[in-house]
Design a protein around this ligand. Structure first.
Ligand SMILES: [Fe+2]
Length: 212
């Protein structure tokens, strides 16, 4: 099985230089930052994107509990990594001045969050299932969450997709990610741990860095 390198955007087959390495562990490939990285991050940047301090209502849409581990190529936990996420709201709209999508903003959606991995490399976010949205030039984007992982040696910028989405088959950026790398950027459904909201969804998405 070929391998990829964290921080490398893979288009087509993995580069031959990487084929010399043999392992069954697959790096999480990089996918572009995109145009909607928050210019101004909300004052609140915690790991619960569904509620904002001082507001009575939570964000619209299906709650998503997203958990996972950050490990390195040896399978060792990457502790103390800063994991940041940003995404569209349930209507497919980013709080960003460059987003021309006429879909509504959600004043209760945080849109950006951060978390530091624990001793086992674990992270956890509570968010909203992002809506699909029309992107300039590349067409409809499948629902996805943007990730940035800042560790001691590696910095990874990528996107996480949801399983079973029809738009996964036509998402411009996901089409460039092949074979095991494609699997590596799609979350898995998970059994909820503990009590969660009636309409909530749970997913696991593990991230593999080159060194950590
Ligand atoms: Fe996006």
């Amino acid at each position: 099985m070929a391998v990829g390198v964290s921080g490398l955007t893979l288009c087509g087959d993995a580069p031959s230089i990487l084929a010399q390495a043999t392992t069954t562990r697959v790096f999480t490939p990089s996918i572009i930052l995109g145009p909607f990285y928050p210019q101004i991050k909300s004052a609140e940047q915690d790991a619960d994107l569904t509620v904002l301090a001082g507001r009575q209502k939570r964000a619209e849409g299906n709650v998503v509990h997203l958990t996972g581990r950050v490990t390195n190529m040896k399978g060792e936990p990457v502790r103390g990594a800063k994991v940041s996420v940003w995404q569209a709201n349930t209507h497919g709209r980013y709080r960003h001045q460059s987003d021309a999508n006429p879909a509504p903003l959600d004043p209760n959606f945080q849109g950006f969050g951060t978390q530091t991995t624990d001793a086992e490399g674990r992270y956890r976010f509570k968010t909203i299932k992002p809506g699909a949205y029309p992107a300039p030039v590349v067409g409809m984007r499948a629902p996805h969450v943007h990730f940035e992982v800042e560790a001691k040696y590696d910095r990874l910028i990528t996107q996480m997709f949801f399983p079973g989405e029809a738009l996964n088959e036509q998402d411009h950026f996901l089409q460039f990610v092949k074979g095991p790398y494609r699997e590596a950027v799609i979350a898995r459904p998970a059994q909820p741990t503990g009590r969660i909201e009636a309409d909530a969804l749970s997913f696991v998405w593990d991230i593999v860095l080159l060194s950590g």
